[in-house]
Design a protein around this ligand. Structure first.
Ligand code: XIL
Length: 329
């Protein structure tokens, strides 16, 4: 009797405090993560939640091109190092985000017009970042948002100058620099059927047939309240490639004004999305794009929406948290 109650106490932390990452791992998955960077890590409540609830960290901005290589060949890893060190020193996985993206890209890159220069620049950028964090990064988003909303290749400098081969160049350089890191293609609007996901899947097949080292597909999952019903069916299609899949930037934004009815809808929506990942055996992880509603890109990007995350402005659990927790129990 006594030993049983001691055992119960020992097991209590997971059961009572509901560490999302531990529960997700108990379902055979790899991580339930969130984002960070020095600007949010400076808040001790953010640090505490990252340590208690989340098992992986994606640097929100500090590994992007404008932050890491603001001018050609001159690299800056101050914020990236701080975030990666916080994660690894606390035993957390890191998702590296992101090597090749049209946005947050310095002007000196977008003004390159010749193939040889852009190839060298691309290889050098990828090799430098991936080598620096070799052995510390679980997965890299090698290419991000390379399709536009219609499913055509986005007319980025990379595509305009190099065509589709920019993808091959980036993945090959990443693999060479850290053979153990999982290499992902990442994009948004993969939550519903349409040309975009069709084209992404077609590209993944071409990459595989050319022997390009790709390991995973990230579906950002920036979702809108009440519009999450398509997530599972599309995740099944992504998973059918045999690659790892992950929800890499999950948030579910609420059209203003926020009411308690909308917060309970959000709870259901988070539960639905969690179950969608659990329904796909190779869905290895979920990352929420923010710890608390206090720090979310939604405020500035979608000003008519609010409150997309699991914890509120004061770091208290929202019904959304219970949605995830309930789906994991
Ligand atoms: C966002 C960050 O959250 C913001 O702080 C930044 O100002 C803009 O970028 N898709 C992505 C992420 O792949 O990198 C974006 O992050 C959100 C959309």
């Amino acid at each position: 009797m006594k030993s049983i109650s001691i055992l119960a106490i020992l097991l209590a932390p997971t059961a009572v405090f509901g560490l999302l990452d531990a529960k997700f791992k108990a379902k055979g998955r790899r991580y339930y993560g969130a984002i960070a960077d020095p600007n949010t890590l400076s808040n001790t409540q953010v640090q505490t939640l990252l340590k208690t609830e989340f098992g992986a960290i994606t640097p929100e901005n500090s590994l992007k091109w404008d932050a890491t290589e603001p001018s050609r060949g001159s690299f800056n890893f101050g914020n990236g190092d701080q975030t990666v060190n916080f994660a690894t020193s606390n035993g957390r996985l890191v998702r590296g985000h992101t090597l090749v993206w049209h946005s947050q890209l310095p002007g000196w890159v977008s003004s390159i017009t010749d193939k040889a220069t852009l190839t060298t620049v691309l290889q050098n950028h990828v090799t430098t970042l991936v080598s620096r964090y070799r052995g510390k990064i679980y997965a890299w988003d090698v290419v991000n948002e390379i399709f536009d909303d219609s499913g055509n290749f986005r007319q980025s400098v990379f595509y305009k100058v190099l065509g589709e081969t920019f993808v091959d160049i980036a993945f090959k350089a990443a693999r060479a620099a850290d053979p153990a890191a999982k290499l992902y293609i990442n994009d948004y609007n993969l939550d519903g059927p349409g040309n975009k996901i069709d084209q992404l899947l077609a590209l993944v097949n071409r990459l595989k047939s050319r022997g390009i080292p790709i390991d995973g597909i990230g579906s950002q999952a920036h979702l809108i309240l009440g519009q999450v019903g398509g997530v599972q069916a599309q995740l099944v299609r992504l998973g059918a490639t045999g690659l790892e899949v992950a929800l890499t930037e999950l948030d579910i934004r609420i059209p203003k004004d926020v009411t308690s009815a909308k917060l309970s809808q959000q709870q259901n929506d988070y539960a639905t999305v969690t179950r969608a990942c659990l329904a796909v055996s190779n869905c290895v992880g979920i990352t929420v794009w923010g710890v608390s509603d206090r720090n979310s890109w939604v405020d500035s990007t979608f000003p008519t929406y609010d409150s997309p995350l699991l914890f509120d402005d004061n770091f208290a659990k929202k019904p959304a948290y219970n949605g995830v927790d309930g789906a994991l129990n």
